[in-house]
Design a binder for this molecule. Structure first.
Ligand code: AMP
Length: 534
C-alpha cells in the first residue's frame, strides 16, 4: 500500500502545507529520500528525472531541519538556471508556509545584484542560487556560507553541461568540510561521477527508474522529412493536435526566434524564450505560457531549463539536440508527475543514427511515425471543431435574438447552416492543405525497393495506399482488375504500411500509372508511379 507523508517522518506544518498543494501520496523519489535525509547527515547521489518530485524530496527534509531561531544560512541549493532557482525557491516557500521566521532567498545571474544583496543582508536560512552569482555574492561579502550544513546540487549534469565546472569546484572546495552534500541529476555522465568522487563522502546512490532513462510515461516518436520541410512538418504536427500545449525545442537562439516569428505570422499562439530576451520579456512570456494564453513555447535548451509547467501535452524537437543527454531533459518536460506525455523529434535521413544513439543512451524506444497528410489534418480539425461546438454552453439570452436570425436564414437548409458555421473555422485549414504535399521520407525498410525482385516481363508500380489505410492484397487485385488488367497481368504484391508495390505486366504499367494517378480509391486520392530503380 502507498505510504502517506506522515509515515515518512514529516511534521504537521509541512504535511498541512503540502496537502493544501494537493500532494496526497509521496512520489517514489520522495519515499526513498525523505526518511533518509530526516535522520542521517549522509551524502547522497540521486538519479531522478525532472518531474519526479525531487524538489520536495530534498526540500521537505531541509525545511524540517532548518533552525528558524537564527537567520544564519544553513542550506545552499545550486541550480543551473535562474528559472530553476526561482522555481525551487518558490516551491520551498510554499512547502514552508507554516514556518515562522523562515527566509528563503533566490539569487541568480541576469538580474540586478543590489536587490539580492539587500535581501541577503536581512538573513536567509536557505539560499537557492545559480553557481556564478553565489560566488559573486560571497566575494562581495553579501552571502556567508561558512555555516552551511547541507548543500544540494540540483540538475548537476545540467550545471556541468552549461559550463559551471569551475564554479562548482570553487563552491565545493570552500564550503565547510562536515557539510552534507546531496547531488540530484537526471543522468550520470563521467563529469558528474567525478564531482561525486572528489567532493562527496561515501554517497549513497539512489536511482529512480532506470539509469539514464527518460520519464516512463512519455511516448517518443520520430518523423523523417527533408531538412527543407521541417517547418511544414512542424505545422502539420501542431495542426494535427489541436489541443497541443507544448514546448518546441530549437538548437540556437536565432532558430528559436525564426520559428516563433513564423508561427506567430501563421496565426499560432506561440512565442519564443531564449537568452537574448531581457528578464522582463522572459517573465512575460512565461506568465502567458503558464496561463495557457500561449500554447506553444519555442525555446532553446538553456532557456527552458527549470521551467516548471505541468500538463505539457507535447515536447517537439524541431532539431535534435547536439548533446544526447539533452534529449532526456527535453522530453522530461512532458509526462510529469504521473501524467502521460508525448515527445516528437523531426529528423532528416542523416539523423537516424542520432535516434539510435539516444535510444541506447536513454534506454527508451522511439516509434517511427509519419507526418499526417492534409486530409488527415483536416479530418482531425473538423472532429475537434465539432467537439468544441458540442461542449459550448448555450446561454438563455441567445433566445431573444433567435427569431431575427431564423428569419434571416429562412431560405437556408439545416445542412447549409451547418456547412457555413463549420466553414468559419475550417476554411483556413482546407485552403492551406488543399495542395499539400507528402512530407514523409519513408523509412529505409519501408522503402527497400531493392528487396523487390523484378519478374520477367513485369515491372513495379507504387501506390500511396497501404495496410495503415485498411487496404489488403485482395483490394489491390480488385483495383487492378477494375483498371482492365487480367489476373495474369498481376504479379507480386508487396503491401507495406503506407504504400504498396505491385508488379504488373510491363506493357500495362504505363497505362495503369496514368489511369490510377489522381483517381480516388476508398476515399483516398491515389498517387501512382513507375518504380524503375529496383
Ligand atoms: P519536481 O520534479 O520537483 O519539479 O516536481 C514536478 C511536479 O510535481 C511539481 O509541479 C510538483 O509540484 C509536483 N509534485 C511533487 N511531488 C508531488 C506529490 N507527492 N504529489 C503530487 N504532485 C507532486
Amino acid at each position: 500500500m502507498a505510504l502517506d507523508f506522515s509515515q515518512l517522518g514529516l511534521d504537521n506544518r509541512i504535511i498541512n502545507a503540502i496537502s493544501e498543494l494537493g500532494y496526497r501520496t509521496p512520489t517514489p523519489v520522495q519515499e526513498k529520500v525523505i526518511p533518509e535525509l530526516l535522520v542521517t547527515g549522509n551524502d547522497m547521489v540521486c538519479l531522478a528525472q525532472t518531474g519526479t518530485g525531487k524538489t520536495a524530496a530534498f526540500g521537505l527534509p531541509i525545511l524540517q531541519k532548518t533552525d528558524t531561531a537564527t537567520f544564519i544560512t544553513q542550506s545552499l541549493v545550486l541550480a543551473p538556471t535562474r528559472e530553476l532557482a526561482r522555481q525551487i525557491s518558490q516551491d520551498l516557500t510554499n512547502y514552508g508556509r507554516n514556518f515562522q521566521n523562515l527566509k528563503i532567498v533566490p539569487v541568480y545571474g541576469g538580474a540586478g545584484i543590489d536587490a539580492q544583496i539587500r535581501l541577503l543582508k536581512k538573513g536567509a536560512q536557505i539560499i537557492v542560487a545559480t553557481p556564478g552569482r553565489i560566488i559573486d555574492l560571497v566575494e562581495r561579502g553579501a552571502a556567508d556560507l561558512s555555516s552551511v550544513k547541507t548543500l544540494i546540487l540540483d540538475e548537476a549534469d545540467e550545471m556541468l553541461n552549461m559550463g559551471f565546472k569551475d564554479e562548482l569546484d570553487t563552491i565545493l572546495e570552500s564550503l565547510p568540510a562536515d557539510r552534507q552534500t546531496l547531488l540530484f541529476s537526471a543522468t550520470l555522465p563521467k563529469e558528474v561521477e567525478k564531482i561525486a568522487r572528489t567532493y562527496m563522502k561515501d554517497p549513497r546512490i539512489i536511482q529512480i527508474g532506470a539509469r539514464n532513462s527518460g520519464t516512463k510515461n512519455v511516448q517518443h516518436f520520430y518523423f523523417t522529412v527533408h531538412a527543407k520541410d521541417r517547418y511544414s512538418a512542424l505545422k502539420r504536427l501542431v495542426d494535427y493536435n489541436p489541443d497541443i500545449y507544448g514546448i518546441i525545442f530549437c538548437r540556437t537562439r536565432q532558430e528559436t526566434q525564426e520559428i516563433a516569428d513564423s508561427l506567430i505570422k501563421d496565426g499560432y499562439d506561440a512565442d519564443s524564450l531564449h537568452g537574448e530576451l531581457s528578464q522582463m520579456q522572459r517573465d512575460l512570456v512565461m506568465k502567458r505560457f503558464k496561463e495557457k494564453s500561449l500554447k506553444l513555447l519555442v525555446a532553446t535548451d538553456v532557456a527552458a531549463r527549470g521551467i516548471d509547467v505541468n500538463n505539457l501535452s507535447h515536447v517537439i524537437n524541431y532539431n535534435l539536440p547536439d548533446e544526447i543527454e539533452q534529449y532526456t531533459h527535453r522530453s522530461g518536460r512532458t509526462g510529469r508527475a504521473d501524467k502521460s506525455g508525448v515527445s516528437y523529434a523531426i529528423i532528416n535521413t542523416k539523423e537516424k543514427h542520432k535516434i539510435k544513439k539516444i535510444e541506447k543512451a536513454a534506454g527508451i524506444t522511439f516509434t517511427a511515425a509519419r507526418i499526417p497528410n492534409g486530409d488527415e489534418v483536416c479530418e482531425r480539425q473538423l472532429a475537434y471543431l465539432i467537439e468544441q461546438i458540442d461542449n459550448t454552453p448555450v446561454s438563455p439570452e441567445i433566445d431573444a435574438f433567435l427569431p431575427a436570425v431564423t428569419e434571416k436564414w429562412a431560405s437556408l437548409s439545416k445542412e447549409d447552416i451547418i456547412k457555413k458555421v463549420l466553414s468559419i473555422e475550417f476554411n483556413r485549414f482546407i485552403e492551406y492543405y488543399r495542395y499539400s504535399r507528402e512530407l514523409n521520407i519513408p523509412d529505409e525498410k519501408e522503402n527497400s525497393q531493392q528487396t523487390l525482385k523484378t519478374e520477367k516481363g513485369f515491372s513495379w508500380i507504387r501506390l500511396n495506399i497501404g495496410s495503415r489505410h485498411n487496404i489488403t492484397v485482395r483490394h489491390i487485385i480488385r483495383l487492378m482488375v477494375s483498371c482492365g488488367l487480367g489476373k495474369k497481368g498481376i504479379g507480386k504484391i508487396e503491401l507495406r504500411k503506407d504504400q504498396v508495390f505491385v508488379s504488373v505486366a510491363e506493357r500495362a504499367a504505363g497505362y495503369l500509372v496514368q489511369e490510377l494517378n489522381g483517381s480516388t480509391y476508398r476515399g483516398r486520392k491515389l498517387k501512382a508511379e513507375h518504380v524503375n530503380n529496383v
